[in-house]
Design a protein around this ligand. Sequence first.
Ligand code: MG
Length: 377
Amino acid sequence: MEQLLAQYAANPLQTRGRNHVESPPVARSEFQRDRDRVIHSAAFRRLVYKTQVFVNHEGDLYRTRLTHSLEVAQIARTIARAMRLNEDLVEAISLSHDLGHTPFGHAGQDSLNTRMRNYGGFEHNMQSLRVVEVLENRYADFKGLNLTFETREGILKHCSLKNAATLGKLGMRFIKRHQPSLEAQLANIADEIAYNNHDVDDGLRSGLINLEQLTNIPFFCEQLEWVRSSYPNISKTQTNHEIVRRMINVSITDLLNTSQRTVDRIDPSSVDEVRALEEPLIGFSEPFVEGQLAVKRFLNEALYRHPRVQRMTEKATEVVTSLFDAFIEKYDRMPDEHAQLAHQSHKETGIPGGARIVADYIAGMTDRFALQTYEKL
Ligand code: MG
């Protein structure tokens, strides 16, 4: 297997290792083991009831964070295999990249961040790392999932310099302005491809946006015209899907071709050489970056700021903020296990310690559990 990897791919035999030393896995690689641990984690199962744009109870047809993560893994693996990068590692990163997300997508994370402002803030990226390093509490020998450096490096897509300074080796690249592995770079962009396209897809299905609006985006217009002229008699559902699947395909092809050209030109001889570079090697072509920006701008205006989505955002803010205030006021409003942790952390480091446990508890909630808890309080 390892011979099939490119020289610049992350090699599980040369992993920078795990925080807690373990014996090597049998019949699978270190990165496969990481992926498997993610799949068996409680945080991964909860992704099924967490949303990106639409709240979970809105309808069963929309993406959840779980299906989103699977789509990211699919896209990233396709490109990884074509570029002879490590497919297991991109899969492990893709499946774990959103583990730290709060309920209700970005609205939830923003409200939690606001409430945590004086206690160290809240970043979903840092929280994903916290989930795999601390919060998953299932193994006898260690805290968290004890994943390899490479998977954790990929999970930490971005982070403030202040946070980076507290993360040791993992935070170094933000301070030195270095890059992560190509697998990490790839999972990051696969995330973008997945959500841009599935948000268009979900947006169309929900009726909040329509095909006519897409004609203003050159990128989509091309596919729309092609599909309409090739298949004038197909249903609306088929039309939507034919456009979106073409969009994903075009995105993957551009990313693959552009990245492979860049990698061939720079020709790094190892993953460490990739890490030492100032610029990432995985990326779209210039015109494609422009196109993607147009899609993002459109989604921002037409979908994310749609009055119906806006109402959900307001509700989410209200729920998360109220939960935080209620728990901070009285830790015992949380279940025993969390309340005890909060009291203990509070004793050690004051309110910031207690607040962090409250944030962990809220961030771990699914959309519906957060709503239920809010109603009860
Ligand atoms: Mg994501």
